[in-house]
Design a protein around this ligand. Structure first.
Ligand SMILES: Cc1cc2nc3c(=O)[nH]c(=O)nc-3n(C[C@H](O)[C@H](O)[C@H](O)COP(=O)(O)OP(=O)(O)OC[C@H]3O[C@@H](n4cnc5c(N)ncnc54)[C@H](O)[C@@H]3O)c2cc1C
Length: 439
């Protein structure tokens, strides 16, 4: 990997890609492979170094770009167990699903994105790290290159792959400042543990992994949730909290501590702590992610000489039970690369020729899923689902499993719990109906 600085010494490129995350490296890889002269710029030290995520990538969309994925990529464990828990106080209600085939894998994102960037370099792209791009330069209505400090590098096409915090796109006026309700903050700890203990405690075979979603008072009732992912010899645990609702909770005094305290609460929670007993916290960090679904997608994903891919383009699907940001980033970048190759064959990177990218995205599974799950943003807007529902669900379970005598029917348990929580059964049914329709 070459070091940045003195960009003006570089000759002109066919394509400059801003950001060496999954989307940027995918675009750089495919375009370098197709014979374009590609420059990939990353502000962090090394590709992927600034990245943090939960931990699970869906494999099939990645195999479309790298058929060698299963053999070569830094796959830590294939997810064979999906768990969802609702916790309230010390009570917990858990649903587990055992998968029948290899759909998704766990991997630390810096490793996975680092591998993708290496692929781009070996295909011929030039990767420069520690180069923060300050501006996508537009002249006479056309993107002509990028500026970093006093350096300028020109290109026929610029690909904006800067991620969810899309400052460059906002500067260009192509995206609005997002509402804090459309963004979430993820905070994570990485715990180191002997792989055999990971397998023993989570009931996994070697190379098998677990993905665990947690709802309830671990987020202090703030819309969001917790996650646990098992890597080869580490466990990633963390929380994702809606920023708008977290700010309101802080104002009201509901959220009194730093969010990292809530992650500590998850780590030390009696229901969870034995899974990682004796583990060491070896890393922690935070990063923003998208929660607005379709609301976060800019009006256009292309303009003269410019394409927007990955998180910057709002290509993240949050279904409520899983986050798909990496496979969608890779797919959008693949579609952008296809559109650029076609535009070259049609004689230029005009707006007219690059429009095909947006059409491809609209026809893809990403757009279909964004539309299908568009109602999920509405669920995230309603704290009811993150306080009353988990509290009621665990209360009802306690009536079933902790009854001293005369165990009630399920319906009776729900009715009595709803009364105690002062929620009308009709309101509850309407709300639950909405979740079922939206998810
Ligand atoms: C807490 C959390 C949990 C998540 N869990 C999952 C999960 O389990 N599964 C999943 O599929 N997705 C998950 N995601 C989402 C996923 O990480 C993103 O959707 C994905 O990384 C997007 O890829 P990208 O390349 O578009 O953007 P990014 O990964 O954000 O990469 C952008 C890159 O651009 C660089 N950059 C930014 N600005 C500049 C600039 N001006 N100049 C130069 N470089 C710049 C950044 O340093 C970064 O390397 C999660 C996200 C978070 C925050």
């Amino acid at each position: 990997m070459a070091k940045g600085g003195g960009l003006f010494n570089l000759s002109k490129f066919d394509v400059v890609v801003v950001g060496a995350g999954p989307s940027g490296s995918t675009a750089a890889y495919l375009l370098a492979k197709a014979g374009f002269k590609v420059l990939l710029l990353e502000r962090g030290r090394g590709a992927g170094s600034k990245l943090l995520w939960g931990g699970k990538a869906y494999a099939e969309p990645l195999r479309k770009v790298w058929p060698e994925l299963d053999k070569e990529a830094p796959i830590h464990r294939w997810v064979t167990k999906e768990r969802i828990s609702i916790v309230w106080g010390e009570r917990a209600l858990t649903l587990e699903y055992k998968l029948g085939r290899k759909v998704a894998f766990t991997s630390p994102l810096p490793e996975l994105a680092g591998w993708m960037a290496k692929k781009a370099e070996s295909a011929g792209a030039l990767l420069l790290d520690e180069v923060p791009v300050d501006e996508i330069v537009v002249k006479e209505g056309r993107a002509v290159g990028v500026r970093s400090g006093n350096d300028f590098v020109s290109a026929d096409v610029v690909i904006d792959a800067e991620g969810a915090n899309r400052i460059l796109l906002e500067k260009l006026g192509l995206a609005d400042r997002p509402s804090p309700y459309d963004m979430a903050l993820g905070v994570k700890e990485v715990l180191s543990l002997d792989p055999r203990l990971i397998e023993e405690r989570f009931g996994l075979e070697r190379d098998e992994g677990l993905s665990w979603l947690i709802l309830g008072d671990i987020t202090a009732g703030i819309p969001g949730g917790g996650f646990v992912y098992t890597m080869r010899e580490t466990i990633g645990i963390g929380l994702v909290l809606n920023i708008g609702h977290a700010a309101v909770a802080a104002e009201k005094g509901i959220l009194r501590d730093h969010v990292s305290r809530l992650v500590e609460g998850l780590r030390t929670h009696p229901y969870f702590r034995n899974y990682w007993r004796e583990a060491d916290v070896i890393e922690y960090g935070g990063r923003m992610t998208i929660e607005g679904g379709l609301r976060f997608v800019p009006k256009r994903l292309y303009s003269n000489g410019l394409l927007v891919v990955g998180d910057a383009a709002g290509m993240l699907v949050n279904t409520g039970y899983t986050i798909r940001g990496v496979d969608t980033a890779v797919t959008s970048a693949r579609l952008a690369a296809e559109a650029i190759i076609e535009a070259r064959d049609r004689g230029g990177f005009t707006e007219e020729n690059l429009r095909a990218y947006e059409e491809k995205v609209r026809e893809s599974y990403i757009y279909r899923d964004l539309v299908e799950h568009s109602g999920i943003a509405e669920i995230f807007d309603d704290p009811f689902f993150f306080s009353k529902v988990p509290s009621l669900a665990t209360r009802a379970a306690s009536k079933l499993f902790e009854a001293d005598y005369g165990e009630p029917s399920l319906l009776e348990a729900i009715k009595r719990s709803a009364e105690e929580e002062e929620i009308s059964l009709l309101r509850l049914m309407l709300k639950v109906g909405r979740v079922v329709r939206r998810i």
